[in-house]
Design a binder for this molecule. Structure first.
Ligand code: ADP
Ligand code: IOM
Length: 349
């Protein structure tokens, strides 16, 4: 059980939004509050208190956390997504509205494209507050819904419990499976009872995958080599609508799809490419100027908090709430088009 005896301190170089927005006043206001599933402020901030290199550092234990701890979550949501309490979220999963012809048909820059959404089941707590029995129930519902998929989505559910180490290592190395033992998730209580009820579903080609019981209960993923972003989006949207026929997900008109990390609220969508930019990445300020202009985030190629390898970067939409799914992918696409243009110009100098 996470406990907190006093106002936590953060080093002066800590950049997490938790360290910025957990003022003494907010702490005093929230420290004794609890949601009906028993989730406390100490639990909500444990990840960022333990990991000073967190980007955000805060997790919700249930939908109620976003109200109970609003004095902390609201300014974080405002700063991350530019989304105000008076705003409302709108969804658009219509692939026909996306303008995204392949920006790299010769496969010179884009190694691969991946789009995922996070989803959590209605009427259950989120991962940081879920009980073992509830987590088992999530796995049961997910496996049953996924095993009913057909056509190019047809695949197999592989529980992590009992999976051979060389198999899981290869899946992680190939960017298909989540890592074990992530310290940010560990501190948030998201690794409890590991590896029970965790698993991965995928089709034979590994172009459609679903993670079960990681940071969110489901991460629905479409991915493939190269830069056909529209094809990846189309596969994802058709999978989401099939899964929604079987499972009701946690959704609020104000915050959209409810996720354990406030960065994922709304669309819960992260659309990314792994892109090779050896010239542009030498001038990192210019690289960031372009990504910031298009509301994009730069990550390394082995997931969040990792480094780039061989000048390949993970470029994805930063905003997820108050923008539609189509806009999330369009942000990424427009930014990638500009990155490729500038990379080409720099290579000619
Ligand atoms: P999430 O995308 O769910 O927020 P991570 O950033 O940790 O989580 O990424 C999860 C995995 O997906 C990592 O192995 C990462 O390398 C892989 N990945 C992300 N984007 C791409 C991409 N465009 N192509 C291939 N793999 C990707
Ligand atoms: N989504 C979550 N893993 N992340 C934002 C963690 C953090 O760095 O705070």
């Amino acid at each position: 059980m996470v406990s907190l005896n006093s106002y936590p301190s953060f080093p002066s170089d800590c950049k997490s939004l938790l360290s910025k927005h957990l003022t003494k006043k907010v702490y005093e206001q929230l420290k004794d509050k609890k949601t009906s599933s028993g989730f406390t402020l100490a639990q909500a901030i444990a990840s960022g208190v333990e990991n000073h290199d967190s980007g955000i550092g805060v997790y919700a234990g249930d939908i109620e956390s976003y109200d109970t701890f609003a004095a902390l979550f609201d300014p974080i949501i405002k700063e991350y997504h530019g989304f105000l309490k008076s705003d409302s979220h709108v969804s658009n999963l219509n692939a026909n509205d996306l303008n995204a012809p392949n920006p790299d048909s010769e496969n010179k820059y884009i190694v691969s494209t991946r789009i995922r959404v996070g989803r959590n089941i209605a009427n259950l707590p989120l991962g940081p507050a879920i009980t073992k029995e509830q987590r088992d129930e999530v796995e049961k519902q997910a496996a049953s819904a996924l095993n009913s998929l057909e056509g190019n989505l047809k695949g197999t559910y592989y529980p992590l419990d009992g999976m051979k180490e060389d198999v899981s290592e290869k899946l992680i190395e190939d960017h298909f499976l989540f890592k074990a033992g992530d310290r940010f998730l560990e501190a948030a209580g998201l690794n409890r009872n590991w590896p029970k009820a965790r698993g991965i579903y995928h089709n034979d080609e590994k172009t459609f995958l679903v993670w079960v019981n990681e940071e969110d209960q489901l991460r629905i993923i479409s991915m493939q080599q190269g830069g056909d972003i529209k094809e990846v989006f189309q596969r994802l949207t058709s999978a989401i609508s099939k899964i929604e026929e079987k499972i009701k997900f946690l959704y609020s008109d104000h915050l959209g799809f409810i996720t354990s990390c406030p960065t994922n609220l709304g669309t819960a969508m992260r659309a990314s490419v792994h892109i090779k930019v050896p010239y542009l990445s030498q001038d990192y300020a210019h690289f960031e100027e372009i990504t910031n202009k298009h509301h994009l985030q730069i990550r390394g190629i082995n997931g969040e908090h990792s480094q780039s390898v061989g000048s390949v970067y993970d470029i994805s939409n930063r905003r997820r709430l108050g923008v539609t799914e189509v806009q999330c992918v369009q942000d990424m696409y427009d930014g990638v088009v500009e990155l490729i243009k500038v990379e080409k110009e720099l290579a000619l100098r």
